[in-house]
Design a protein around this ligand. Structure first.
Ligand code: N01
Length: 544
């Protein structure tokens, strides 16, 4: 590695993150002949799967989809044991990829980025890390992930609690013995539900502090047979192609049938079939689920009916039924016996809508009606999503402009990848792409490949820096707004619209048009002669 001054290392590219985006970027740009330094706060690779080791953690996207397609060696040598992989298997996969592709040599683990500043005259990024090191790089890739900055709940008294506090998003690396404990779980999103359905079946007293009930569908996970795996490995090329053309970035069924185009009994039959089949099949049976409020409500009512059939105590079933927002306007969860958990005598629901939490005390949680004493408090209260990780450190662009200023009204960029005013800074699965609405791995591969093509173009045409034009960025953001305006996805208070963090700008700023359309838009940039991008020639002042 070259040293330009007494303090700074000089490389072609700095990559932040060792999740799926960062690992792929590290491989891709190294293969493109660039010198790369990759930085990761965690102690090893895996991103969210490195941190989220809570009981029952599992990905609710098919493992086959939620894995890299860029390396034939990786996909042939790795074998998934079941349809929906659990966290240890996904983390083992990340480690396998790092070993197989020799990625760790580029990483500085246990290191946080402190600031990243663009130097106008030298046309490079100056990146400072918390160990006092400085790296200068022509390019910066922020693979910081949409869900990597956890948030604690806005409840007074957390520091007062004398028991053990565990966070889903920062679960201890050593086993935690919860046998016989009185455990409180705050949060019933994807993380909370997985914890509840897992711990509820163990020897403990489990108190679920539910504010907003979430909808969940049965996962019906299955082990892969040897024949299935062999078939899969023969067909990977076709599967990856199908993922690229799918709105979800996964190989999932997509319907062209509007809900009301079918008679009621046929609709019911399709819903029953999808329910019995499990997974996200249910989301793909009608084409207008997220645009027709009446259709959405009928589907929601079907699911509420399933809750009533499953939960023995009718009063309890009513409390678990989500109401007041469209189904799938909060991220759909997939469960394994979630509602059945509430039939167990050791599982207790505290309905925080009817009986709000007042404070956390030394002994437990106090709701309006009284105190629940706890030994352990588990927080599954979500993330400062989409923008939290990028705004957690200082990023300064052209002419000294802070990113926090550019994003004061919410994140703005072209595709969630590149921004006006921030030359040679790229994001993977950034906030204005499909981000958390489609398969993160497919999006990561798309984004990194897109950046690689732009850099190749720059090398061929002798350009030193690139950013989005303001016109292209505005047009993209307008398109996001137009699409969001037609979708029911904006009609619930969730992290999708920034509603879970106090003071955060509100609104759907992810692209809701589907991964396939997003990919088409990315592809169109080169086809249109790069007019959406503004390039800078090398300046006379630029250091060699
Ligand atoms: O977080 P969330 P998550 N008092 O924001 C509650 C991905 N993921 O970590 O809705 C009481 O969804 C809050 O209640 P409310 C996936 O994309 C995937 O579960 O604000 N409750 C809510 O119930 C997912 O969407 C997988 O009323 C409080 C919960 O905390 C994303 O990560 C697994 C509260 C937060 O839910 C985030 O999921 C896990 C308070 N003061 C995660 N403050 C899989 O692939 C917050 N809450 C399976």
């Amino acid at each position: 590695m070259e040293r330009t001054t007494a303090q700074a290392d000089r490389v072609d590219m700095v990559i932040v993150g060792a999740g799926f985006g960062g690992m792929y970027a590290t491989w891709k740009f190294r293969e493109q002949g660039m010198s790369v330094v990759s930085i990761e706060e965690g102690g090893d690779v895996g991103g969210v799967w490195y941190w989220n080791r809570y009981p029952g953690a599992r990905c609710d996207l098919l493992a086959v989809d939620y894995s890299y397609g860029f390396s034939e060696a990786v996909q042939q040598e790795w074998t998934w044991s079941e349809q929906f992989a659990a966290q240890p298997e996904i983390l083992a996969y990340a480690n396998f990829v790092a070993d197989r592709l020799n990625l760790r040599q580029h990483y500085r683990f246990n290191t946080r980025v402190f600031s990243a500043k663009w130097h106008d005259a030298r046309q490079l990024w100056v990146v400072r890390t918390d160990d006092g090191k400085v790296i200068e790089a022509r390019f910066c890739v922020m693979a910081t992930g949409p869900l990597s900055k956890p948030t604690d709940p806005d409840i007074p008294g957390l520091a007062r609690f004398s028991g053990q506090v565990l966070r889903a998003a920062r679960w201890p690396h050593q086993p935690v013995d919860l046998t016989g404990k009185r455990i409180g779980v705050v949060g019933t999103g994807s993380s909370g539900m997985q914890i509840i359905q897992t711990l509820g079946r163990t020897d403990c007293e489990l108190y679920v502090f539910q504010r907003t009930p979430s909808f969940t569908l049965p996962m019906r996970n299955r082990a892969h047979s040897a024949e299935y795996t062999a078939e899969l490995k023969r067909n990977y090329a076709a599967i990856r192609e199908a993922c690229k053309l799918n709105p979800t970035g996964g190989a999932r069924p997509v319907s062209t049938r509007p809900f009301f185009s079918l008679p009621p009994e046929h609709r019911r039959e399709l819903m029953e079939e999808a329910w019995a089949h499990g997974g996200h099949t249910f989301l793909g049976i009608f084409s207008d689920l997220m645009t027709n409020a009446e259709a959405n409500e009928q589907v929601a009512e079907f699911v509420r009916g399933k809750i009533a059939e499953t939960v023995d105590d009718k009063e309890l079933a009513e409390k678990l039924k989500p109401r007041g927002y469209p189904i799938f306007a909060r991220r759909p969860c997939l469960d394994t016996g979630y509602y059945e958990t509430y039939n167990l005598p050791n599982v207790h629901l505290v309905d925080c809508l009817a009986d709000p939490i007042v404070e956390i005390t030394e002994r437990g949680i106090r709701n309006q009606s009284g105190e629940t004493e706890l030994d352990v408090l588990i927080l599954a209260t979500g993330y400062d999503a989409l923008t939290g990780a990028m705004l957690a450190f200082e990023i300064t662009g052209r002419e000294g402009r802070p990113l926090a200023e550019k994003w004061a009204g919410g994140p703005r960029s072209l595709f969630g990848i590149v921004m006006e005013g921030f030359p040679n800074l790229f994001m993977t699965t950034g906030p204005n792409g499909p981000a958390a609405l489609a398969n993160i791995v497919t999006i990561s591969e798309n984004d990194v490949d897109w950046v690689a093509r732009i850099i190749t173009h720059m090398q061929q045409s002798g350009q030193a820096a690139v950013e989005a034009t303001l016109a292209a960025e505005d047009a993209w953001m307008d398109q996001i707004q137009r699409l969001a305006g037609r979708s029911l996805m904006t009609k619930a208070k969730t992290w999708w619209v920034g509603a879970n963090v106090k003071g955060k700008p509100q609104g759907m700023l992810m692209f809701t048009g589907g991964f396939h359309k997003y990919r088409e838009a990315c592809e169109a940039v080169a086809a249109n002669g790069y007019r959406d991008l503004a390039f800078q020639q090398a300046l006379a002042t630029t250091a060699p």
